[in-house]
Each structure stands twice: as C-alpha cells, then as structure tokens.
Design a protein around this ligand. Structure first.
Ligand code: EPZ
Length: 438
C-alpha cells in the first residue's frame, strides 16, 4: 500500500528509468542469438523480473548486475512456457516469435497483463501463420483450429513451423505486440519479409536498433512498412535501453497535478512529441535543457482545452498514447474547467476514473468518452490501483489532494515503475510504502 500526505508541490530533479515497453521485447529477442546478450539501463521492475524468470525456465542463464542484464541463450532447450508464467504479463506472448524462429516451435497460453480490455492475440496468430507456422489451440483436452478472435484463457496454444518462409504480411491494425512478434519471427524466416500496417511506436524503433546491432538486416523502423531479411548470422550485442517515455510522462503529469518545477534527466523530447504539446496546451511550461526535460507549473491546469466536441483522443503512435490517458484524467481533475477524453485503443481503460471520484473529482464516463470538470482541490482518499497506469494516476491525484491518501494494489504499479515513491520523495513528496499490506 502507498501512503501519501498530499499538498506539496514538486521541486527538484530525478533520473528517469529505462523503458519497460522497450526492454521486454528486447529481452525476448535475446533468445534469437545462441550466445550472450548484454542489456544496459534495465529498470528494476516486476515485469523485468518476471521475464528473467521465464527466460531461465527456457534454459537461459540470466543475471542482473545493477541495471545491466546478461542473457546467455546458448543452452535454450525448452519451447514450452507454463500457464502460470504466461499469465503473469502481456509480454510473455513476445517469446513465441523468437522460440519459433530459433526452435521451430512454441507452446504457450494466453498472456496476462493489465485488465484494460479484451486484448486478443489474433493478429499475432495471423502473423505466425503468414510466415508458414501452424497455430493450434487446445482446450479441455480437445484440439481445435484457433481463430483466436477472443481471449480464450486456459487454452494451450501450439505454434509450429518446419520451415519459416518470408512473406508479405499486412496488419489490419498497428498492434505494437503483433508488429514486434512479426519482426522477431521474420528473423528466423528464409527470405525478405515485408510487414505492412506496422505500429510506429518508439519501442518498435528500439527493438529494430537492437536487432540491427545483432546483425539482422532490417529497414523501415518508425514507418508502417518494415522489411526483415531472415536467417542472417547473428552476433553478440550490448545495447543500452532508452528512457521510459511513459514514466517520464507520469512524473510530468504528477507535477502538473501538484504544481512545481521539476527536471527529468536522461529524457529528450524524442518519442514524447505526441504528449508535450498536450501538456503545454494545459498550461505547463516545458523546456529541453541539455539531456533533461524541465516542467514548470505555477497554476492550475487549464479547462476548456479539450471540449466535448474536440476531446483529447488516444491513438496509436504518433497519436496521444493510451498509456497516458488515466494520468491525464488526474490532471483534468484539478483543472480550471472541463476537459474531455476519448479512448480509442482499449475498450476498458477507464477503471481509474471510478477511483478518482473518491478524491472528489467530478467525472462522467459514457462509453469510451469521459468528461472531467476540474475542482480547486481534491481531498485525500483510500483508493485501489486498478492497473499499472491507473495506479500511477491515483498517485498523481493523491499528491495534489489535501490530506492523506492510501493506494492499495501496489503490485500493479511495481510492474512498471522502479521505486516510484523514492523518485517522488526526491521531488519533495511525502510518500512511502507501507509494507503491512499491498
Ligand atoms: C503495448 O501493448 C504496450 N505493452 C501497452 O502498454 C500499450 O498500452 C499498448 O502497446 C498500446 O500502445 C507493451 O509494450 C509491453 P497492442 P500491446 O497490441 O502490444 C488490439 C503499459 O501500461 N489487438 O498495440 O498488448 C488490442 O486489443 C501497457 O505499459 C487485437 O485486436 O498493445 C488493443 O485494442 C499496457 N489483436 C489494440 O489492438 C491482437 O492480436 C492495441 O493493442 C493484438 C492487439
């Protein structure tokens, strides 16, 4: 459980952790190389520990020294991941592509992760099939050909390919995970794979940079068309993961809620282009100073910026990130007027809104739209983190609230933030973890 005594503006500087959503696919990609991969600037978060555990269960030697992770995949022997491990996080499904590329087979289950919508994996399946793999789902001991349109948890999924063959693959939606699995599988396919309709998120660009360092011939990162030449000789790689743009956005949003003047070190505006203009339009003064980003907030966030007829809409990159949606709700909750938001990526991502009401926020949710009328001050409350970013949004709101707040469900927040309380304490917040309960 996190305890916060709110009301302190945030002042000072912090280093922002390495990117969760970049490091997890990169760790999965380390399976492709029969040797040791070194990854630097790895955040110490639960999802990383979980990925380390799964890699070990597959026969890899994995160690972490400081923020550097070493993965020796030379003895990769297993292609089966147990259901319990698969359900610990969403990124477990990213291991299917590399297992297929390296061993020709992967035995997996539906992945877990934040409850923010249905989150099917049909697009991952269609990419595997397009590259020549057979995907079969079994449930209750009965084998079926799995269309996989909906989450069918409990079913073991067997993905197999005697020979992966390059193909032209079109993704009907720019899914981040399906793009990553497509790239990773294509590394093991004979010929040049052309992936169209790809996601363009900065984390995809990082994965491509990592693979290029590993010796893969690959082009088109950051665009919707990526070409991968498969079956090339790979080399050992040492790669430094970039700063986490969503963690950076989280601390910026927290400072907008609480007010103050904060500097985030090791962060550039690159990758944050969809977010910074939005924060500026709400009244934040943001400047890039060397390798740091400074935010000054001397007033309440502005209302009337995102009206009902022109709400702030989440969208795949370069649109406004869905991962910042609940954090913006916290910012809207203390704004000087009304702002509205529309969630277009996940259908069930407003759980934090219900919790924000307990702070005295005025929020109306209708379908995938939400309107927030800001109040001059929130009041401390006992709330529950419904998911990772929703939990971070509750922390941001608690910092702005008068009085004490308790936020349970810390395990959701620990999945993606390395010591969020320590970072906020460095900025002057009165926040700690009580170890008596989660
Ligand atoms: C990644 O999830 C991120 N996770 C998420 O971050 C992020 O919210 C999301 O991308 C969108 O930016 C990681 O990188 C580990 P998607 P992913 O596949 O890959 C639908 C966080 O808080 N879809 O782009 O699972 C899906 O249901 C997390 O850090 C299908 O229909 O996202 C959703 O509506 C949470 N079929 C949309 O696409 C599929 O096969 C976007 O999902 C796959 C996805």
């Amino acid at each position: 459980m996190i305890q916060v005594a709110g009301g302190n503006p945030l002042y000072g500087e912090i280093q922002v952790q390495g990117s969760k959503n970049a490091v997890l696919p990169i760790m999965a990609a380390s399976l492709l190389y029969e040797g040791t991969t070194v990854i630097e600037n790895v955040p110490k978060i639960q999802d990383v520990y979980c990925m380390m555990g799964i890699l070990r269960s597959l026969g890899c030697k994995v160690s972490m020294e400081g923020h550097t992770v070493l993965i020796d995949a030379s003895a990769l022997s297993q292609c089966e991941i147990c259901r319990e491990d698969m359900e610990k996080m969403r990124s477990s499904i990213l291991l299917a592509g590399p297992l297929l590329a390296r061993l020709g087979e992967a035995g997996v289950y539906y992945p877990g992760g934040c409850s923010i919508g249905k989150r099917p994996i049909d697009l991952h399946f269609s990419v595997f099939r397009a590259l020549g793999a057979n995907v079969e789902e079994a449930e209750s001991g009965k084998w079926q050909i799995g269309p996989g349109e909906n989450k069918n948890s409990g079913a073991r999924i067997c993905v197999k390919a005697a020979d992966l063959l390059a193909a032209a693959v079109h993704l009907p939606y720019p899914s981040v995970g399906a793009t990553e699995n497509g790239i990773l599988t294509a590394v093991g396919a004979r010929g040049v794979t052309v992936l169209k309709g790809c996601a363009r998120e900065p984390e995809i660009v990082e994965l491509v940079h990592f693979l290029r360092k590993m010796g893969v011939c690959i082009r088109g990162e950051g665009t919707s068309r990526i070409e991968v030449e498969g079956q090339k000789a790979l080399t050992p790689v040492r790669y430094r993961v970039g700063a986490d743009r969503i963690a950076a956005g989280t601390y910026l949003a927290a400072a907008m809620c609480a007010g103050g003047d904060v500097r985030l070190c090791g962060v550039s505006t690159r990758g944050m282009e969809p977010v910074l203009p939005v924060l500026r339009s709400l009244g934040a003064v943001i400047t890039q100073e060397g390798d740091s980003l400074r935010l000054q907030m001397g007033r309440r966030p502005k209302g009337g910026v995102f009206r009902q007829d022109v709400p702030l809409k989440t969208a795949p990159f370069p649109g406004f990130p869905t991962d910042m949606q609940s954090l913006l709700l916290a910012v809207f909750a203390v704004a000087d007027g009304e702002n509205c938001m529309e969630e277009t990526v996940f259908e069930g991502r407003f759980a934090a809104a219900r919790q924000l009401l307990k702070f005295g926020a005025e929020i109306l949710v209708e379908g995938n739209r939400v309107c927030v009328t800001g109040v001059p001050s929130l009041r401390g409350a006992s709330v529950h983190a419904p998911d990772l970013r929703g939990g971070a949004a509750l922390v941001a709101a608690a910092l702005a609230a008068d009085g004490c707040s308790q936020i349970s469900g810390y395990e959701h927040i620990a999945r993606g933030y390395e010591d969020i309380c320590g970072s906020l304490r460095l900025l002057g917040a009165d926040i700690c973890i009580s170890h008596f309960s989660t």
